[in-house]
Design a protein around this ligand. Structure first.
Ligand SMILES: Nc1nc2c(ncn2[C@@H]2O[C@H](COP(=O)(O)OP(=O)(O)OP(=O)(O)O)[C@@H](O)[C@H]2O)c(=O)[nH]1
Ligand SMILES: [Mg+2]
Length: 304
């Protein structure tokens, strides 16, 4: 049986995503409760429904101080149901940054599956929910944003699909609200083509919730280090561009001054040529005067 399991941090939009996927019309209500939950996650135990032969499982957020153990048990319960599983992690960003807690959750769940000998590489997907316009632009670029994200996720196992869901203002603080139809259609289409992992019914996994804090801190450090390196690379690139610009300016100035001295030289040559013409004319004039004077004095023609 096809089985969609949704996992992610509290409040990331797991239940809203599932409501979009299970295809119930907006006016018939939402099978999965969603909404604002201040102290801990709204979904606190496994909730599973079957629509048109597909099972959908909603799980509580793993990084939840109150319900960590329950969340781990719910994820294990969902896996125990087995099937042709499409595993979907729903995550959000923090001011354009990936959060360590998301990577920790993904790592813990994938490790648990891998330990039970379930092939996970390239078989799980990530929904990036509540993306701002800027986040969509930065992370949506397949050559930069998506590649960085894939490399970060790939440290645990290669990710199949990355689905970006734009932030919907109408959903802020809303209870049991639905994504717009276009988003619902896109999510359904994406999930239809997602890779699956085969999980035998009754498979037991051990979700190590006790690792959440350590792994979150580990990923926070790794992400901060990666940001620092990216920042340094950016500054280096900027310095290099600045140096190239300065060298170009200097070359341009040199060329201009060479051009100016070439023009000066041309001017000098032109003046010398003019002086030569004047001298020639003067010489010719003087010659004529001498010839006339010689004729008058000596009555002999002198040809100069
Ligand atoms: N602005 C905005 N809000 C969203 C979006 N998706 C979900 N929400 C809101 O975020 C809140 C939490 O959504 P849920 O779907 O309940 O999140 P969850 O991951 O199931 O939360 P828990 O069950 O508490 O772990 C709700 O008020 C939703 O209306 C989105 O794309 N944009
Ligand atoms: Mg929920």
């Amino acid at each position: 049986m096809d089985h969609v399991i949704v996992v992610g941090d509290p409040g990331s939009g797991k239940s809203t995503t599932l409501n979009a996927l299970c295809g119930t019309a907006p006016d018939t209500g939402t099978p999965f409760r969603s909404g604002l939950s201040v102290l801990s996650g709204l979904t606190t135990a496994l909730q599973t429904i079957t629509v048109d032969g597909v099972r959908y499982s909603d799980t509580p957020g793993l990084d939840d101080a109150e319900h960590k153990e329950q969340a781990a048990a719910a994820i294990a319960d969902a896996v125990r149901l087995g099937g042709s599983v499409r595993l979907l992690f729903v995550m959000t960003m923090e001011a354009g940054r990936i959060r360590g807690t998301n990577l920790a959750t993904i790592r813990i769940v994938l490790d648990a599956l891998a330990e039970a000998e379930i092939a996970v590489d390239g078989r799980y997907s990530v929904v990036l929910n509540k993306m701002s316009v800027g986040e969509m632009a930065a992370w949506g670029d397949p050559r930069t944003g998506a590649a960085v994200l894939r490399s970060q996720l790939g440290r645990t196992a290669a990710v199949d699909q990355l689905v970006y869901v734009p932030r919907v203002d109408a959903l802020v603080d809303a209870a049991d609200a639905q994504f717009p139809q276009a988003t619902r259609d896109r999510l359904v289409e994406a999930v239809d083509t997602m890779a699956t992992m085969t999980v035998l019914e009754g498979t037991d996994i051990v979700v190590r919730v006790d690792e959440v804090t350590r792994l979150t801190a580990h990923y926070e450090r790794a992400l901060a280090e990666q940001r620092r390196r990216a920042h340094e690379a950016e500054e280096e690139r900027w310095d290099r561009e600045e140096r190239q610009r300065a060298a170009l300016d200097a070359a341009r100035r040199r060329a201009e001054s060479d051009h100016a001295s070439a023009a000066g030289l041309e001017r000098d040559i032109a003046m010398q040529a003019r002086d030569l013409v004047v001298a020639r004319q003067w010489n010719a004039g003087m010659g004529a005067v001498i010839a006339v004077a010689a004729w008058l004095v000596f009555k002999v023609p002198i040809f100069l």
